[in-house]
Design a protein around this ligand. Structure first.
Ligand code: ADP
Ligand code: ZN
Length: 632
């Protein structure tokens, strides 16, 4: 048996929650999930990022191992993070380990012996390890002794090609239910669209498993999507005015762009690093560690970064390029504000994003037509979100099948966008595309169409005789930027298609007829006229609410408490460095704040503080008291 920091010999899930993790209540469906799995039931857990999935398998693992059922094997794709995950468990007094290709034969053997003596509660392994002969042999011996308690498959959507993180290694996990059908299994993910979910259930054979679907709402995250005008300046202003010296992630599509933006931020005096798959593994690991360990770092990255990063105090996630679909967007933005404090999800997007994403789908040589059709549908849903005028959260949650009310904490709720009747403009543009095709027999791209509309007699326009068309100059009344907006929204509404196989030329889609015939009206969101106008926030009601939410936590602390907090943070940084772990693994900010506020004089004063489990109290209590007692 392990030496858990627990008083009772047969602890209940609630005992474990309180004594090991230092939390007083389960969150949302955690209790139901934990109870079901403790009893040996299979489970499918769909919970948003930051919802608290880890405890859903860690607590059953502890309770079951304590009852003699052996080890819980956690399948996680994140080799680079296993060290910190295991470190966090060890800090809480839970015996955990991970299997890793860098371990020596002796280390692996020692681990195996521990397992066979039922001394290990959680074993983390990457999916590709499961299929190795040695691992299969180990699992079989554990199983024969009744010491295989539970399989927890984290990031389970990786098994589905419909998900946004398909990992072929996950397919080999069918081995688990085929070889050990009697061992309970749970699959956890923050991705829940219908197709992925169905596929996941089939692939992992979870038809009989109980499904626990949480609300996907993350109320503390504020969603904002703005038009891309001067993206780098927009980003810089966003960070400087709203997230000075705070941790954040900036997503870009290409490696080159990642490097550029990281350089630009650094030049502007912001602590920033680049991360993408083109960097060597060691450098990536170093930067990831710095992001986790240092305060106020900004990581500029491709989507190669972020899965499993459980840093609680990421204050913003910015997208400089549009993701491929809502699942990806939601998972990436979900990395902000895991600690429940206010956070921002901020995206700029423009016509070129729409064109690029469509082209990537259309020109893919590996994807089947069926796959492309699904991807187009997903992209359309994201465009509808970006162009829409209703509450972003209502749209997002609606996508995951959840009904909700306008949230009051997204750009559309806080500053309802003006809508203009673009029926006339849309008809002009559509008929221009139509006429050009009719007279020339070929299609043209956006720039050329715009020139004709605005009555610009460019060389190309004259060469094709397009200055003679009835549509030449009929759009001179609107500025070009507005026409771009019209076109983008026509593409987003599937009235116009950009044909990637024919030089990005514009083609009318069947539904365009109704607009041309005047049967339907087109209402579009009013575009921002300049980059400055897009976010009238500082001093507005919206930002006042937000600043106060952030400031409040600090404001409630008096001067003495603030000093204690500063000393506690410095002490925590030292401990974290010694243990080679991120600071939040030692104590969360919220825990340090609560300690500082309480001004403790005895160990008893520290009991019951959220995040202060029994082991941490034993290990750090005296030190914490000493730090608190120091004179400033
Ligand atoms: P997920 O894996 O679902 O993204 P995590 O398991 O990393 O989320 O949990 C997110 C954060 O919430 C963590 O910092 C965790 O310590 C905290 N947390 C989880 N459950 C509870 C709870 N019942 N009470 C307080 N904090 C919790
Ligand atoms: Zn809203």
């Amino acid at each position: 048996m392990s030496s858990l920091p627990i008083s009772s010999s047969q602890p209940t899930p609630l005992d474990v929650l309180g004594q090991v993790f230092g939390y007083s209540d389960f969150r949302g469906p955690q209790r139901a999930i934990v109870e079901h799995v403790v009893q040996g039931g299979d489970a499918l857990v769909l919970m948003p990022t930051g919802g608290g999935k880890s405890l859903c398998y860690q607590i059953p693992a502890i309770v079951r191992q304590n009852a003699g059922h052996g080890v819980t094997v956690v399948i996680s794709p994140l080799i680079a993070l296993m060290h910190d995950q295991v470190g966090a468990l060890l800090e809480a007094g839970v015996s955990a380990a991970f299997l890793n290709s860098t371990q020596t034969y002796e280390e692996s053997s020692a681990l195996e012996k521990q397992l066979l003596r039922n001394e290990l509660t959680l074993l983390y392994a990457a999916p590709e390890r499961i299929n190795t002969p040695r691992m299969k042999g180990l699992l079989a011996s554990l199983h024969a002794r009744g010491l295989l308690s539970l399989f927890a498959i984290d990031e389970a959507h990786c098994v589905s090609q419909w998900g946004h993180d398909f990992r072929p290694e996950y397919r080999s996990l069918s081995l688990l239910h085929e070889t050990f059908p009697d061992v309970p299994r749970m699959a956890l993910t923050a991705t829940a669209d219908h197709l992925t979910r169905q596929d996941m259930v089939e692939r992992l054979k979870l038809e009989e498993a109980r499904a626990f679907v949480s609300s996907f709402d993350r109320p503390n995250i504020r969603y904002t999507i703005v038009e891309k005008l001067e993206p780098t300046r927009q980003l810089l202003r966003f960070i400087q005015t709203e997230h000075d010296a705070e941790a954040g992630i900036v997503y870009c599509q290409s490696r080159k762009r990642v490097e550029e933006i990281a350089g630009m931020l650094e030049d502007a005096g912001i602590k920033a690093m680049a991360y993408h798959a083109g960097l060597d593994a060691k450098l990536r690991q170093q930067r990831q560690d710095r992001f986790l360990r240092e305060d106020g770092m900004v990581m500029v990255a491709t989507i190669a970064f972020g899965m499993g990063i459980d840093k609680p105090d990421v204050r913003f996630v910015a997208h400089l390029d549009m993701p491929k679909n809502i699942e990806g967007y939601y998972q990436e933005t979900g990395r902000a504000g895991r600690d429940g404090l206010p956070a921002d999800a901020w995206m700029v997007y423009g016509l070129q994003d729409v064109v690029n994403q469509r082209r990537m789908i259309d020109t893919s040589e590996v994807a089947s037509e069926e796959f492309k059709a699904v991807m187009r549908g997903k992209l359309d849903a994201l465009l509808t979100l970006a162009e829409g005028t209703r509450c972003r959260r209502v749209s997002l949650l609606g996508y995951f099948g959840e009904d909700s009310q306008p949230c009051g904490n997204c750009d559309n709720c806080l500053n309802p966008p003006a809508v203009w009747d673009a029926t006339e403009a849309a008809r002009k543009m559509l008929s221009c595309i139509y006429r050009v095709h009719q007279t020339s027999g070929i299609s043209f791209g956006a720039g050329h169409i715009m020139d004709i509309l605005r009555g610009k007699p460019t060389e190309k326009v004259v060469q094709y005789g397009h200055d003679q068309l009835s549509t030449f100059g009929i759009g001179a009344d609107l500025p070009e930027a507005q026409w771009r907006g019209v076109l983008r929204q026509l593409i987003a509404s599937n009235l116009v298609r950009v044909n990637a196989e024919a030089f990005n030329t514009l083609q009318l889609m069947p539904d365009a007829r109704q607009v041309l015939k005047g049967e339907v009206n087109v209402l579009l969101r009013q575009q921002a006229v300049s980059a400055k106008a897009e976010r009238p926030r500082r001093g507005s009601k919206a930002s006042a609410k937000k600043t106060s939410a952030k400031g409040m936590a600090e404001a409630t602390l008096n001067a003495g408490a603030l000093e204690r907090l500063a000393r506690l943070k410095a002490w925590r940084a030292e401990v974290a460095r010694e243990h080679n772990l991120p600071a939040f693994v030692i104590f969360h900010d919220a825990t340090l704040r609560a300690i500082a506020e309480r001004a403790p004089h005895s160990l008893r004063d520290l009991e019951g503080i959220s995040g202060m489990g029994v082991k941490k109290l034993q290990a750090y209590g005296a030190e914490v008291l000493r730090v608190c007692a120091q004179e400033g």
